[in-house]
Write a protein that binds this ligand. Structure first.
Ligand SMILES: *Cc1c(COP(=O)(O)O)cnc(C)c1O
Length: 219
């Protein structure tokens, strides 16, 4: 099936309140252009320099999301254009995003990444760290970043109940945060293998790659 057909089929299953991020990491510009021509405007990448290269040559009305782990020394390469950074998991990183955003007179929207999986290989904050970050003086001083929600990845497992539990746990944290911060409106959870469960558990944004573009051969 073509990229356009895959997109159409997936979009048909998404409720209206769920935003689709087409994860185009490792895929060539021609594949992104094909999705663009089929109407897709939001794309997710996990390497900052790869995303910057694509931003330079592809249509300027594409909204680029950084979904991967962010290295602080590379934030400067995306500060001019990135629409949403999903994987923010420290105050140090937020400070750097704030500093780089200021240079372009922008306020960059960010999601805080929560650790919900059992695996300890996945990045993210626990509830305690989330609370500490949001209540710190250093955080309240940042004027060029805005926390608009949370992101999380479930354990890579066939156990549907476990995935469901982990997403439900993230939704609970998200609901509590929403009560406190009015800008919070995005819950980014769900990938090709688990987005249906994620939506059942309250996701508002899914990050789908291989089901649209086909399997990846690299990372
Ligand atoms: C690669 C990636 C995705 C998309 O994964 P698929 O299984 O190809 O849909 C989603 N989120 C993050 C953080 C990723 O790195």
């Amino acid at each position: 099936m073509s990229i356009a057909e895959n997109l159409k089929n997936i979009k048909a299953t998404l409720p209206a309140h769920v935003t689709l991020v087409a994860v185009s990491k490792t895929k060539p510009n021609s594949a992104i252009q094909e999705a663009y021509d089929a109407g897709q405007r939001i794309f997710g990448e996990n390497k900052i320099q790869e995303m910057a290269q694509k931003w330079e040559v592809l249509p300027k009305d594409i909204q680029w999301h950084m979904i991967g782990h962010v290295q602080r020394n590379k934030v400067k390469y995306m500060a001019e254009f990135v629409q949403l950074i999903h994987g923010v998991d420290s105050l140090r990183l937020l400070k750097e995003i704030d500093k780089q955003a200021k240079k372009y007179n922008r306020i960059i929207d960010c999601l805080l990444q929560m650790h919900i999986a059992e695996e300890d290989t996945k990045f993210g904050l626990d509830e305690n760290e989330l609370h500490q970050l949001l209540t710190s003086d250093a955080f309240t001083e940042l004027k060029n970043v805005k926390i608009v929600g949370l992101m999380g990845m479930a354990t890579f497992t066939d156990d549907q109940n476990q995935i469901k539990r982990e997403f439900a746990q993230l939704k609970t944290i998200y609901d509590a945060l929403k009560e406190k911060i009015s800008d919070v409106k995005i819950l980014s959870m769900g990938m090709s293998g688990d987005y249906k469960i994620a939506i059942e558990e309250g996701s508002t944004m899914v990050r789908i790659g291989s089901s649209i573009f086909g399997k990846r051969t690299l990372h």
